[in-house]
Design a protein around this ligand. Structure first.
Ligand code: ATP
Length: 437
């Protein structure tokens, strides 16, 4: 089983490189462990996922505002939030083979799972925050951290956003941005990396309504993955037991996906209570309380957090869409992305490079590219061109053939069913618009 899963992941990794989704960072220097670069198709896919999240979480709602906070924050923020003292994982080394492990992930704490020797060190707490120095002097007074989560940028801007956007509780603040964690055991391709992007939303509420809003956001976030096109049977909930709950959380549920390497967390929905705002109020002396007209009282809002990883969502989308379909001949790989997030929405082909077909095809390409990410390809047999587009996850191939000149129609070949239907050229833009909405 394990081998089959490894095979599938390694075929996916090599497809990602070959087709320009994801490359190893600094590859020509031998690569940098756990860092990855998104290529032409990957960066487009990532952008589409972020836009899909942003639209759902902010633009289509009246009660959530957007934010783009700096990665570097005042170091005191991380002291207040508990990250300086508590954002640690237990680190265990093997003295024989020098492998490193997260103590909480070791099944047998007495021997090394790599070399089998009983030479593991005691576990010691390792802080996951990356440090750097601000300004020219490298001493303790100039330490700043690369943020390990985007959430704190939202908390310290709670009053700013509330006041400038004139929002009333309940309301939320959403942010997409980079986060950095010096993970002990990164791996599984882009599943766990040291630099990644988060898509987080913090919803500020009256404490008496925490159960209601927790359930509401659970429902919204579950639905979002279905709309993204992820198969329902591959998703499940995991509730954090008392020993798993983070120090700030009253309740936490993860949405998990069944990856080839097992069920793993995709996103966490957390009831963070008034922990964060209270701590920032205590540390700064700045009143974070809210005066509520409905409840006629002053209170520190509770926060319901939805915290997703963008790169992890992208891996989920790739794994979920990846299919090997032998009925398609030797090149059998298909990425069955939802058209909403496909990097390329349509490919335009002249059937042959003569009889005026390329000119018509280029014309259609030029018109469609003002609205959609489309691709023109005249090279090789049409079957090969279809196969290349299946591998890129492009949902539609538009072919200009002999009939086009007679009646202004083209064929559209559907990636998943492989069926071809005829359409008027004038209707192509509407067709694509309906498909990607
Ligand atoms: P774990 O316990 O597995 O380290 P976590 O529970 O600390 O993870 P959160 O702090 O809840 O994770 O982070 C929220 C989301 O951010 C995760 O669900 C995941 O999608 C993403 N994420 C967290 N750490 C990483 C990482 N190292 N690489 C990629 N994505 C990450």
């Amino acid at each position: 089983m394990a081998n089959k899963a490894d095979d599938k992941m390694s075929r996916l990794v090599s497809l990602c490189k070959r087709r320009g989704f994801i490359y190893q960072s600094s590859e020509i220097y031998g690569g940098l462990n756990s860092c990855w670069d998104y290529g032409p198709l990957g960066s487009e896919l990532k952008r589409n996922i972020k836009t899909f999240w942003w639209e759902a979480m902010t633009n289509r709602r009246d009660d959530v505002e957007g934010l783009d906070a700096a990665i570097l924050m005042h170091p005191a923020v991380w002291k207040t939030s508990g990250h300086v003292d508590e954002f640690t994982d237990p680190l265990v080394d093997c003295k024989t083979c020098k492998s490193r492990f997260r103590g909480d992930e070791l099944k047998d704490k007495t021997k090394c799972p790599v070399c089998g020797n009983q030479t593991l060190t005691e576990s010691r707490q390792f802080n996951l925050m990356f440090k750097t120095f601000m300004g020219p002097v490298e001493d303790d007074t100039s330490i700043v951290y690369l943020r390990p989560e985007t959430a704190q940028g939202i908390y310290v801007n709670f009053l700013n956003v509330k006041n400038s956007a004139r929002q009333k509780i309940p309301f939320g603040i959403a942010q997409i941005g980079k986060a950095f964690r010096n993970e002990i055991t990164p791996g599984n391709f882009i599943f766990r990396t040291r630099e990644f992007e988060q898509m987080e939303m913090q919803y500020f509420i009256h404490p008496s309504e925490d159960e209601k809003w927790f359930e509401y956001w659970k429902g919204e976030r579950w639905q979002w993955y279905l709309e993204l096109g992820i198969r329902k049977e591959k998703l499940r909930w995991h509730e954090h037991g008392p020993d798993e709950l983070a120090h700030y959380a009253k309740k936490a549920f993860d949405i998990e996906y069944e990856f080839p390497f097992g069920w793993k967390e995709l996103e966490g929905i957390h009831n963070r209570t008034d922990f964060d705002l209270s701590r920032h109020q205590d540390a700064t002396g700045k009143d974070q309380r809210y005066i509520d007209e409905r409840f006629k009282e002053k209170f520190i809002p509770y926060i319901i957090e939805t915290s997703a990883g963008c790169d992890r969502t992208l891996l989920t989308v790739l794994v979920d869409a990846y299919d090997e379909d032998p009925s398609r001949g030797e090149k059998s790989t298909v990425l069955r992305f939802s058209p909403k997030i496909s990097p390329i929405k349509a490919a335009i082909f002249p059937l042959v490079k003569k009889d005026g077909m390329p000119e018509i095809a280029v014309n259609i390409y030029k018109i469609l590219k003002t609205q959609f990410k489309v691709f023109y390809d005249a090279g090789g047999s049409v079957g090969r061109r279809y196969a290349r587009m299946d591998e890129a996850g492009c949902p539609y191939c538009i072919t200009i053939d002999g009939q086009t000149k007679e009646d202004d129609t083209v064929t559209i070949r559907d990636r998943d069913s492989m069926e071809q239907t005829r359409h008027k050229i004038a209707e192509l833009a509407d067709f694509l618009q309906n498909a990607v909405e």
